[in-house]
Design a protein around this ligand. Structure first.
Ligand SMILES: N[C@@H](CCC(=O)N[C@@H](CS)C(=O)NCC(=O)O)C(=O)O
Length: 346
């Protein structure tokens, strides 16, 4: 009896230590991304090939935009330097492969969170940073009022996108005929539409605003009011590294929480002296939230100081005071009528 009991204990101890070893091994295997980024000295960020306001290179080759700022925020959190990012412009058809193969650490490129992409590619969408929807652009002179007037259209669309799929759904559901002109990058779509090879340009509405600026006469084109799909856009990572997934997810949440708490790049120094409990947790004066994800307590201070909160980033790149002029709309905070909402830091 005694022997038997002992043997059970020995066996369970052996089992326990095997589990412990496994846990350590899998923890090591799974926190490689942050380590690789630190060892390399920069974050490798996959972006679009050039959408004004979202991710576009300047003449000098500096990347700016809403999607670019998200990678800059991560670099601020990790290195205290938003400049430590290498940008890899990716076509729609190459973007997920580049992430799977490890060529990039994160994809921050107007990519829609869908079930197939989230569950069958070995990838994971970390957050929604912009709630978009698909729209249509046409020549102003056609005086069209609605997307339901588009029967018989020749539609320019980019390959490998949700846009292509929604287009088919919309025209079929409404019993309308259409032809497509399919391009593999944004500039090709713009050229095809601008030169009259098609008479409708369809894409996420935010991108239509950006691409209209590239037309010979931007004022000659209107974006119809109809929005035919849900396009929740956000950053994507590989699904095998929970630590990196958490860093990306909570960087997005931190930027939203900062806006909600009134902590911006302009008010961050005051926030450091705040006695409000939720502000203290945000800026690391209370708790060890950054440390829990492999960073330091003041991770959000660096993000907000060097890049900004959600509103800072939105307003600077795509808001009503920029050339894109996109109103916040549903991308306002939930507290002001939108659906931007982040779980609390606590
Ligand atoms: N959100 C959609 C569409 C994304 C997309 O790539 N749209 C084109 C439409 S213009 C684009 O942004 N191209 C930019 C580029 O090729 O650099 C998706 O994830 O499939």
């Amino acid at each position: 009896m005694h022997f038997c009991g002992n043997s059970i204990m020995v066996r369970s101890l052996a089992l326990l230590s095997a589990f412990a070893l496994l846990a350590v091994a899998s923890d090591r295997a799974s926190s490689q991304t942050l380590k690789a980024i630190r060892d390399r000295g920069s974050l490798v960020c996959g972006v679009s090939q050039g959408i004004i306001g979202f991710s576009a290179p300047s003449a000098k080759g500096d990347w700016t935009g809403f999607d670019v700022d998200f990678c800059r925020a991560l670099a601020a959190a990790i290195f205290d330097d938003p400049g430590k990012v290498k940008y890899v412009p990716l076509a729609t058809n190459d973007r997920f492969r580049a992430l799977q193969s490890g060529d990039i650490d994160i994809l921050s490129r107007n990519s829609t969170w869908t079930m197939v992409r989230d569950t069958s590619l070995g990838l994971a969408f970390a957050a929604v940073t912009y709630y978009d929807g698909q729209g249509f652009m046409v020549q102003r002179s056609r005086n069209l009022a609605s997307a339901l007037d588009l029967d018989g259209s020749k539609v320019c669309v980019q390959a490998g996108t949700t846009t292509e799929l929604n287009l088919a759904d919309f025209f079929t559901t409404n019993g309308m005929k259409y032809e497509t002109v399919v391009a593999t990058n944004a500039d090709e779509v713009v050229k095809a539409y601008d030169s009259g090879r098609c008479n409708v340009f369809t894409s996420d509405a935010s991108q239509l605003h950006a691409e209209r600026l590239k037309m010979t006469k931007p004022g000659d084109h209107v974006i119809l009011p109809d929005v035919i799909s849900k396009e929740p856009l956000g950053p994507v990572v590989r699904q095998d590294d929970p630590q990196w997934f958490n860093i990306v997810k909570w960087t997005a949440f931190a930027m939203v929480n900062a806006e909600e708490l009134g902590v911006s790049s302009k008010t961050i120094d005051e926030a450091l002296k705040s006695s409000k409990p939720d502000v203290k947790r945000l800026v690391g004066a209370e708790g060890n939230y950054g440390e829990q994800i492999g960073l330091t307590k003041d991770w959000v201070v660096r993000i907000v100081k060097l890049v900004g909160n959600y509103a800072d980033v939105y307003d600077r790149n795509i808001g009503v005071k920029t050339q894109l002029g996109i109103p916040r709309g549903i991308n306002q905070l939930w507290t002001t009528g939108g659906i931007i909402y982040a779980p609390p830091i606590r």
